[in-house]
Design a protein around this ligand. Sequence first.
Ligand code: NOJ
Length: 543
Amino acid sequence: MTQQHSRPQWWHDAVIYQIYPRSFMDANGDGIGDLNGIIQRLDYLANLGVDALWLSPFYRSPQADAGYDVADYRDVDPLFGTLEDFDSMLSGAHERGMRIIVDIVPNHTSSEHVWFQEALASSSGSRERARYMFREGRGEHGEQPPNNWQSVFGGPAWTQVPGEREWYLHLFDTRQPDLDWRNPEVLEEFDNVLRFWLERGVDGFRIDVAHGMIKVPELPDWDGSQEMIEGGNRGPMWDQEEVHEIYRRWNRVLTEFGRDRMMVAEAWVHPPARTARYVRSDEMQQAFNFDYLLTPWDADKLRRVIDTSLESYSAVGAPTTWVMSNHDSVRHASRLGLSHPGQRPNGIDADGEQPDEALGLRRARALIMLTLALPGSAYLYQGEELGLPDHTTMPARYRQDPTFHRTNGEQIGRDGCRVPLPWRADAPAFGFNTTGERWLPQPESYARYSADRQLEDADSTLELYRRLLAMRHEYGLGHGELVWQESSRSDVLSLTNGGVTLVLNLGETPVALPEGQVALQSATDAISHGQLAGNAAVWLTTP
Ligand code: NOJ
């Protein structure tokens, strides 16, 4: 695709749709989504009006962490198809004007990656082991882990090599050994992995665990939390200064292919000013705005996070992104139906508080009207355009997330937000495929949310998304300017961007609307007698 020098780069205002390939669309009927399934749905995505697709990993992998454990970075896992299928999917997307972003998982490989197999077969101190983080254990016989780090998924972050004093580090699952990013061989290998996909024509990369690749050399003990914490997640494995050198280097690799390729950082660091350091002009181009995802249903807090984000990212010349959901978090339609919607529950099961589904959906439809009214780039997670909730009563026997298993079920994990999409109400597996196979069960309620029903319903969530995206594009809101409008109510947000005024009522009582022509509303009952109902939003234009 050609670059237009007179306009900002495409990612400055792009709406990017996350495809979680396992659960998007299953063309071969084995119960796991695939690349041919994505090809079948490219028209759906183009009609929705998104600018780009980000695909979670589809590489060769034993699937210990749903593909975030890569055994071969240059091949497609047979579960998902072939490299030729990838090429067809890419050209099909490009033909329809949508860019493609692929996921790169550089912090760790799969334990089945040839490098790790070679490392296990080699002796301590070897070149093969030097690609990973092998260290002698503590204690007389090395029987204690080298330090006290805990895995993000629960349990120790170290596993002992059988019969040896050496252990290897894995910030995630045992089957995801961490690479040593101070080893030049690792750096070179990943330069070439990026080139491999750039040559195939991808438009960008989503960088997994972008804040975790460099560890403090001495690997000191650390008792801190693995979660994002106020004041910054600054343990000896997170957000180290040296990590930025990697992104400067990758920035140079990308420019070998012109100036229209990009990277987006998955960096759970805080506050936004700290995340913005990943998108300085010689590093990456975008970072996921998780502070926005984590903000409660509270007008003041939303306004503050929006202002801080815009300030922090514009200070480094990067666009702000807006994210509400992804494959690691409870879907916002479910979160917003909880009594404390600000919390980020690590999954919901039948024993936990069940969200108020109608309230969650009503708020989700209102929130997207805020999100898409903001300047910058927005990320949508597959299924949110249908208003999908999580599967909140999934029985334990179906759960696959290593978090659930490594914590003996204490953490529910992320399976609830990863359930296969419902395409047809009256079909096996709700049209996810034609066989009815599915790697995770879908809740019965998904019939109500199926795409076929929503396509026929002018008031559906899908139709709301489609109209919002079209209007956002028409009015250039992605590269517009936000101006807050004062409201007499502390639970109401009002802003203008270009020719559009958004009013979002986060409270329960109706509020008077300002002047303007109603262009779009979040619910059929959102407006009555010039008032905007509670948990509802509207886009107005000036006549
Ligand atoms: C972040 C990914 O989004 C998540 O799904 C994965 O489990 C971890 N990184 C480890 O790769």
